[in-house]
Design a protein. Structure first.
Length: 92
């Protein structure tokens, strides 16, 4: 299977609730590379690269979030962001 890259914008109560750490744990468990970072407008941006089935599993996790998060929307874009040789999943 070919590796794919996807970007997600996650809205709701997703900052200050451990969302990025939750995403990083899920992504690492799925063997994905990428990053999660807070945006100034209160959303979290997630960029991940890996097998399509693993990206689908991550998207499912994004829609659920950690215990104290309240996800209101997840917007996905395929192959939209270039990762500069990221080989692990990081939090920015």
């Amino acid at each position: 299977m070919t590796r794919k890259r996807r970007a997600y914008l996650v809205s709701g109560r997703v900052q200050g609730v451990g969302f990025r750490a939750f995403v990083a744990d899920a992504a690492r468990n799925l063997g994905l590379a990428g990053l999660a970072r807070n945006l100034p407008d209160g959303r979290v941006e997630v960029v991940a690269e890996g097998l399509p089935r693993d990206l689908d599993a991550l998207e499912s996790e994004l829609r659920t979030g950690p215990r104290f998060a309240r996800v209101s929307a997840v917007v996905r874009a395929d192959n939209s962001v270039k990762l500069d040789d990221v080989t692990a999943f990081i939090i920015k």
